[in-house]
Every structure is written in structure tokens, then in C-alpha cells.
Write a protein that binds this ligand. Structure first.
Ligand SMILES: [Zn+2]
Length: 190
């Protein structure tokens, strides 16, 4: 029923009218310090963190992660305490899984911010504003700096009938390259 995320153990599921909450803990007995890579087993403390994932049927999915903090035992390491790193699908400090984030980015790219936010709420996938979708697209644009062979230029609605930005897309990879703050002709060609 659920995708397997290596290293995470499912401790329980809570069903709500619109939401499914998965309670997860890390199953790794030892972890590595992210700074010096020394192995540690000495737990400092635990905390709970919520990360949104892809929906299941008609329910939103929230992963409630019980994360551990560890002591780094290397004497010369500047990181005395660190949080364990989980699977790459759940990056440090992120509020959404990488799979959900890619889903939102693609939807925003195809539909624009306003329509994507409306559809996501209608299908009970994820509650997110048009501005947040724009920021997610900027993350993709910043990450991809290769010079495209074929460039697509399109208007992108941040809010219906109100604000338009210009999106530059690499038509080979279908990834956004940059987002310009308006739809004026002089902005597009500078
Ligand atoms: Zn360390």
C-alpha cells in the first residue's frame, strides 16, 4: 500500500477524514556526522518533524518522523550535536518529500501558479499557495544552469488576471531555467 523508504520503520497510521498520518522512525542503528563523517551511536535527544508526501487515494499524506539527534564523538569536530540524515526522499529541514516537490513543480510549470494551487486543493493533494509554487519553480531554475539548445518563453500566471511573470524553459529537458518578474517585452530580451 505504501512506498518503501529504506531505513524508515512504520510505527503506526492515523486515519482522518481527509488525511493519513504515518508515524515513522529511523531504523539505522548507527549514523554518520554530516561534517566529519565519524560514526556515532550516542543519542542526544529526539524530536518530531512533519513532512508532507504524495497523496494516497483521496487523502493527503503527512509523515510524522521521530528524528534523533546524536553527539559527534570526534574530538576535533566543530559539530558537537547533529540531527540524523534520513533517506534522500526526505531532505534535512524540508517540509515536503522530494517526490511531492517534483510533482508540485511539474504541475506549476504546466498550469501556472493559480490553476495548480486550485487543482491541488480540489483533488485534496496538498494545500499550497501560488506564491509557494513560484518559489518551488525558482529552486529548479537556480539548480539547472546548463545552456539550453531550444529556449521556450511563456507567460506564467501567478494570480488569475492579476500578475503575470515570464518563465524561460529548456524545451529539451522541460525544466524551467529562469523566472522573470513580469511579462514586459523589454524584460524578456534583456
Ligand atoms: Zn563530526
Amino acid at each position: 500500500m505504501l512506498p518503501v523508504i529504506p531505513g524508515l520503520l512504520l510505527n503506526g497510521i492515523t486515519y482522518g477524514e481527509k488525511q493519513l498520518t504515518l508515524v515513522l522512525t529511523s531504523g539505522h542503528p548507527v549514523v554518520h556526522c554530516p561534517l566529519c563523517h565519524t560514526i556515532s551511536q550516542r543519542i542526544h535527544s529526539r524530536y518530531s518533524r512533519k513532512v508532507a508526501g504524495l497523496p494516497w487515494a483521496d487523502k493527503r499524506v503527512i509523515m510524522e518522523l521521530n528524528v534523533r539527534r546524536f553527539y559527534c564523538e570526534a574530538k576535533d569536530c566543530q559539530r558537537k550535536v547533529f540531527c540524523e540524515r534520513l533517506h534522500p526522499a526526505i531532505t534535512a529541514y524540508a517540509r515536503r518529500s522530494t517526490r511531492l516537490e517534483h510533482y508540485l513543480q511539474n504541475l506549476a510549470l504546466q498550469l501556472g501558479g493559480e490553476k495548480a494551487a486550485f487543482l491541488l486543493e480540489l483533488l485534496n493533494i496538498h494545500l499550497v499557495s501560488a506564491d509557494t509554487l513560484l518559489n518551488l519553480l525558482k529552486k529548479v531554475a537556480i539548480a539547472d544552469t546548463a545552456i539550453p539548445k531550444i529556449l521556450g518563453i511563456d507567460e506564467w500566471a501567478i494570480r488569475k488576471g492579476q500578475t503575470y511573470a515570464t518563465i524561460l524553459v529548456d524545451l529539451d529537458t522541460r525544466k524551467p531555467i529562469d523566472l522573470l518578474p513580469d511579462d514586459k517585452l523589454e524584460t524578456k530580451w534583456t
